[in-house]
Design a protein around this ligand. Structure first.
Ligand code: SF4
Length: 246
């Protein structure tokens, strides 16, 4: 996301508290391997989820978020086959919702892959009145057990407007803090990871601590900088997304 800010606002200073605060989706899709993948699929329209590197964005025709991915895919000309990167779980869900066939890059989010299906079923049996809400980065077996699927912002809205008072939440647990603040009278239940661990807390996001935030504001380091040739290519699919999302 810090790179996206720099792509859109090259004249501004973009700081990030920890340069290692990346994302498995970006790490799983190296630009050179993605270029080979594209070469094996000529004439494909390339749509990439915003959680990818600037170098992968630069090889894409269109960027999407989990909020707008289905709507954007529906707008891609019907005569063009489609490549979707880097999250294959999101890609499979978008394929189902849009009715368009997608060839997916095999990336995944380590957080959403980690939820334990058996633990989810036990929670659903224990709280039969609860609504299960999930982010589409979750694998299909978990999405099939969910009552509502949507981006983080849509999950938050769903917890506000739903009649349910108890929610089983399948996404990065940081959002539960926001849900509990906005709806203190409702109950939000986390699903444990495989083997009952808490590995479903994103280790990348948690690298950005308050101490590092203070240090980066004091030193104005580290900064995000991009090669201008990459930035110029990467800005086009983002602009396409903004134009097509209107
Ligand atoms: S939860 Fe972490 S690993 Fe997963 S998409 Fe978000 S930043 Fe990437």
């Amino acid at each position: 996301m810090a790179e996206t800010a720099k792509i859109l606002c090259p004249q501004k200073t973009v700081l990030i508290p920890d340069l290692d605060a990346g994302c498995t989706l970006a790490d799983d899709c190296p630009a050179d391997e993605f270029a080979e993948f594209r070469n094996k699929h000529p004439n494909h329209f390339v749509i990439s989820y915003i959680n990818c590197t600037a170098a992968v964005k630069a090889q894409s025709d269109l960027i999407c978020t989990s909020s707008n991915a289905v709507d954007l895919v529906k707008q891609i000309p019907k005569d063009r086959p489609i490549l979707f990167a880097p999250d294959q779980n999101l890609g499979k869900w978008v394929q189902k919702k849009s009715g368009r066939k997608l060839t997916c890059w095999p990336g995944r989010c380590i957080v959403h892959e980690t939820f334990n299906e058996e633990a989810l079923i036990k929670l659903k049996l224990k709280y039969p009145e609860a609504e299960t809400i999930a982010h589409p980065e979750c694998p299909t077996n978990l999405l099939d057990l969910s009552d509502f699927i949507g981006s983080t912002s849509k999950l938050l809205k769903q917890t506000e407007k739903s009649q349910a008072t108890t929610f089983i939440v399948l996404t990065e647990p940081g959002i539960l803090h926001q849900m509990r603040i906005q709806m203190p009278d409702k109950t939000f239940i986390e699903v444990p990871g495989i083997d009952g661990c808490s590995c479903n807390a994103c280790p990348y996001m948690r690298l950005n601590t308050l101490e590092k935030l203070l240090a980066c504001l004091e030193t104005m380091q580290p900064q995000i900088n991009l090669e201008e040739t990459v930035r110029l290519k990467a800005v086009k699919p983002i602009e396409n997304m903004l134009r097509m999302s209107k």
